[in-house]
Ligand binder design. Structure first.
Ligand SMILES: [Zn+2]
Length: 101
């Protein structure tokens, strides 16, 4: 743990190079726009999956790569997004609230 400019950072052992900034990033749901696989979205738009939502349809893997982070559609076995951090370290919050029981 190190202190920088009065902000406490905690290195996450599972995410090498990514630091958890405890004071700025929320661990609440803050998504403003969902990311979808283009092929899943096409199927949804032509009503191949009536009664399902895009959220219920998705089956994504998300993980670290050598360059950054990648989102992969398991249903179509295709890349959705691969972000290159270009060697930079970015703050991340890897904490969670207590799950509702
Ligand atoms: Zn897909």
């Amino acid at each position: 743990m190190e202190i920088t400019d009065g902000v406490t950072y905690q290195q996450d052992l599972l995410t090498v190079g990514v630091y958890t900034e405890m004071t700025k990033l929320s661990n609440e749901l803050k998504i403003q726009a969902f990311i979808h696989c283009g092929l899943c979205a096409e199927e949804f738009m032509i009503n191949e999956h009536q009664g399902e939502s895009p959220q219920s349809l998705k089956n994504y893997d998300v993980g670290w790569t050598k360059e950054g982070i990648q989102i992969w559609c398991v249903r179509h076995n295709v890349n959705i997004m691969h972000i290159d951090f270009e060697g930079h370290k970015h703050p991340a919050n890897t904490t969670r609230k207590e799950p509702k029981k």
